[in-house]
Design a protein around this ligand. Structure first.
Ligand code: NI
Length: 131
């Protein structure tokens, strides 16, 4: 990628207010580093071709998972990381709100390759540029 200036994640997060609508802060090879503000529930979806990495920057994120052994929910307090394996149906949520960083291949859709009906409060996107 082209050389740029350092990016403050706090400044990046302050630059937008939309929920479940990630902004791309930088790229690493063919991966995007995205930040998002989230609150309430996302939707059940599956990424068939990639793992998905989450880092909680602020607040608490929950990720419900449908695995071979059944359904469970992992809770990620601030500073925690979790990787959803490819092919695992999952639904993030944040009852009290959170700011998160997601690391995944450029072009990955927020709603995955397969998903339930997209609710109006969720942005189905591959991420937006920072402005
Ligand atoms: Ni996902």
């Amino acid at each position: 990628m082209e050389p740029k200036e350092p990016i403050s994640l706090a400044t990046a997060l302050d630059s937008f207010s939309e929920l479940w609508s990630p902004r791309i802060v930088t790229a690493v090879n063919d991966y995007d580093v995205r930040v998002a503000k989230v609150e309430g529930e996302h939707l059940w979806h599956t990424h068939d071709h990639t793992d998905e990495f989450f880092l909680v920057l602020d607040g608490e994120l929950r990720i419900a998972l449908r695995e071979a052994g059944g359904e469970r929910t992992v809770t990620l307090p601030r500073g925690s990381v979790f990787t959803v394996p490819r092919g695992t149906e999952h639904k993030p949520s944040a009852p009290a709100g959170a700011s998160i960083l997601v690391f995944e291949p450029t072009g990955t859709m927020t709603v995955g390759d397969r998903h339930e009906e997209v609710p109006g409060h969720v942005d189905a996107t591959t991420g937006h540029a920072l402005t």
